[in-house]
Design a protein around this ligand. Structure first.
Ligand code: NAP
Length: 308
């Protein structure tokens, strides 16, 4: 039986460790402060931001949500970011991605003060990651590393295959695994013989945004499989095919009108992997936990408070 790597349990552990640190900050000066910028009305982004703000509230982190319209220009958004850079009580600034196509996301991310870049996506912080210097790490891959560490999954000397090479997930994931001495292969849409490459993985990370694409043929027996993908299926036929007519899943589909599925085939992974993250309940909760860690760390650094 494959072990399920429970992201909700690990999130609870991380949050329990953050609480005394937040209390110490509050007792000394003030609570950490996070500003989240949500541009326009992307329904998925609205849910992500709501969950981030809710988590801040439960942990005692001050949070502020800014919601400029989708018609905002790059320059106007940069002005909002610059104003947040100047505010002393704001330790972290998160620009929820994706931004509308008319906004130059790279320019906006570049405008965030690197010391307040709790998403770890400023080029300076990505450079720190590349060169092994301390700094905030991108939240989703950082959450995955926490999960591997806390489940004591060996990384050193293992072959890790990362499918997907985005700046936000795939590339930093590969660098973090490399920093922990994995032998890393990065794959993308132009990789030939993808299934064969994936079958060579002790640790397989899927981050493509392709529902249930990595089937049994991609998974080595006993591998650790990390599924970053979050895809919503809203066709009943597709849900029936992916979940092989599982009546429980189909009943869930009928109740909700859609189902979440990762980039890894949910039935095959349970049969072949040694350990795997479920969708939902795997990587998703860890992304927010890592954001909270980055925010608390930014506040500690800015207020000169030691985390120990
Ligand atoms: P992205 O920017 O769209 O990048 C997708 C990557 O996958 C690209 O590098 C692309 O290759 C590669 N790819 C696409 N189709 C492929 C195929 N058929 N074979 C091999 N590689 C393929 O996506 P992202 O932002 O990294 O997100 C990836 C997934 O993770 C999405 O489902 C997203 O919703 C999810 N996600 C989840 C969380 C979470 O907290 N759980 C956080 C972030 C993202 P090319 O570069 O060659 O185009």
């Amino acid at each position: 039986m494959a072990q399920i790597l429970d992201g909700i349990r690990i999130r609870a552990e991380i949050e329990a460790e953050l609480r005394p640190r937040i209390e110490r900050l509050l007792a000394g000066r003030r609570s950490p402060g996070l500003a989240v910028i949500l541009v326009g009305n992307n329904p998925a982004s609205e849910i992500y931001v709501r969950n981030k703000v809710k988590t801040c509230q439960t942990l005692g982190i001050y949070s502020e949500k800014l919601t400029p319209p989708a018609s905002i220009s790059t320059e106007e958004l940069i002005e909002i970011v610059t104003a947040l850079n100047r505010r002393p009580e704001i330790d972290g600034i998160l620009v929820q991605l994706p931004l509308p196509p008319r906004v130059d996301a790279r320019q906006v991310l570049l405008a965030v003060d690197p010391d307040k870049d709790v998403d770890g996506l400023h080029p300076l912080n990505l450079g720190r990651l590349l060169t092994g210097r301390p700094g905030p790490r991108p939240c989703t891959p950082a959450g995955v590393m926490e999960l591997l560490r806390r489940y004591r999954i060996p990384v050193l000397g293992r072959h890790a295959v990362v499918v997907g090479r985005s700046d936000m997930v795939g590339k930093p994931m590969a660098l973090l695994l490399l920093a922990e001495h994995a032998t890393v292969t990065m794959c993308h849409s132009k990789t030939p013989n993808l299934a064969e490459v994936c079958r060579g993985a002790d640790i397989l990370v899927a981050a493509m945004g392709r529902p249930a694409m990595l089937t049994a043929a991609y998974i080595r027996e006993g591998a650790t499989v990390i599924d970053v993908g979050t895809n919503r299926i809203s066709s009943r036929e597709e849900a029936a095919a992916v979940f092989r007519n599982d009546p429980v899943k189909l009943a869930e589909f009928d109740r909700k009108g859609s189902l979440l599925v990762g980039d890894v085939h949910p039935v095959d992974v349970a049969e072949r992997a040694g350990a795997y993250t479920p969708v939902p309940g795997g990587v998703g909760p860890l992304t927010i936990a890592a954001l909270m860690q980055n925010t608390v760390e930014a506040a500690e650094r800015r207020l000169g408070v030691c985390s120990a």
